[in-house]
Structures are given as C-alpha cells and as structure tokens.
Design a protein. Structure first.
Length: 185
C-alpha cells in the first residue's frame, strides 16, 4: 500500500506542470458531512492550500468531523466518534473571468476513531483513501474570494495486508460539502 502511494505521488508530481508564477490559495472552510456511512449531516471544518497554475494545480486538503456517527449519550454504545482526512489532490479548472469551476481528486489518509461507553474500548483506524469532487472559486478582489465544493471520500484497502500492489475500494465512505473565504497570494 505504501509503495502504491509513493508511485502514484511520484507520477503526479512529474506530470503536473506548475508555472513559475502560480497562485497560492489558502481556504479555511466549514460545512457538513452526509451520505454513505454518515448517519446524518454533521458539522465539519478544515482548510486547504492550493498551488494553482493556469489550468492545473496541486492541493493539500485537511478536514475534521467530530461526532461523525451522531450518537446521543445514553442511547447507543458509541460515546464519541471522529473522522479526520488529509488528502493530496490534483485540481484542474479554467477561469472564466474571476470565477473558476474546477474538479479535483487525490489520495491520502482517512482516520476514524470510535470511543465506546466501555472504559477500555477505543477503535482507531488509519486507512489510505481517495476523494473526488467539484466546486467553484470566485474572487471579489485580487486577493480575497469564496470557494465551495462537494467531495466524495472512500477508503482503500489491501485485503492481504502484504507488499503487493493489490488495492481494493473499501467500504467506509461519505460526502462532504463545504464553503469558505479564499485568500490568494
């Protein structure tokens, strides 16, 4: 699994042209997770840093969702749950004036943690995962704008837990919709 991640990352870095005067865009965001394994809409927050060329760029995306499984105290075995994602993405979009619709996708880490009401039962899982999505960013001024997107997240698994490149799509998945102010440097 680690070899696959290194190979894909290396290929991406070699294939993505980045012009010397690329924009750096920082976007803190807030939104909701929903669908898939998320039993209800849950507040999520995070941010991304994008190095954007004329059409293609690279992005680092982080998000955190507390109480992901939305269990009410005293009504279920789960006392607390969290999901964290850290993804490296390729982003592509063509600007139409100050507005740029885009698509993105990439690989990274999906971490879930579930604490049960039992004193010693905590389950943390770190899985490789992927995300794909689309959105739009627009700038009101040269350096400040708004960005919103929707993304699908899903785990990747190595069923044999060996060093072969046999990777399958896992079962844990959810959607995320977010928006936030963008700052271009």
């Amino acid at each position: 699994m680690k070899r696959l991640f290194l190979v894909v990352s290396s290929v991406v870095l070699l294939l993505v042209p980045v012009r010397a005067n690329a924009d750096i865009i920082f976007t803190p965001f807030a939104g909701v997770t929903f669908g898939g394994d998320a039993p209800s809409n849950q507040f999520t927050w995070g941010g991304n840093i994008t190095l954007m060329g004329a059409v293609v760029g690279l992005e680092l995306d982080y998000s955190y969702t507390a109480d992901f499984f939305n269990e009410q105290p005293g009504t279920a075995v789960v006392a607390d749950s969290k999901v964290t994602s850290l993804m490296g993405n390729i982003i592509a979009g063509v600007g139409v004036g100050p507005v740029r619709p885009y698509v993105s996708g990439g690989l990274g880490l999906l971490r879930s943690r579930v604490d049960t009401e039992s004193l010693f039962d905590t389950d943390s899982v770190n899985d490789f995962g992927f995300n794909v999505g689309a959105g739009v960013m627009g700038f009101f001024t040269k350096h400040v704008g708004f960005r919103g997107d929707i993304r699908y997240f899903r785990t990747l698994l190595d069923p044999d837990n060996d060093n072969d490149l046999d990777v399958f799509v896992g079962s844990f998945n959810y959607w995320r919709g977010v928006g936030g102010l963008s700052f271009k440097f």
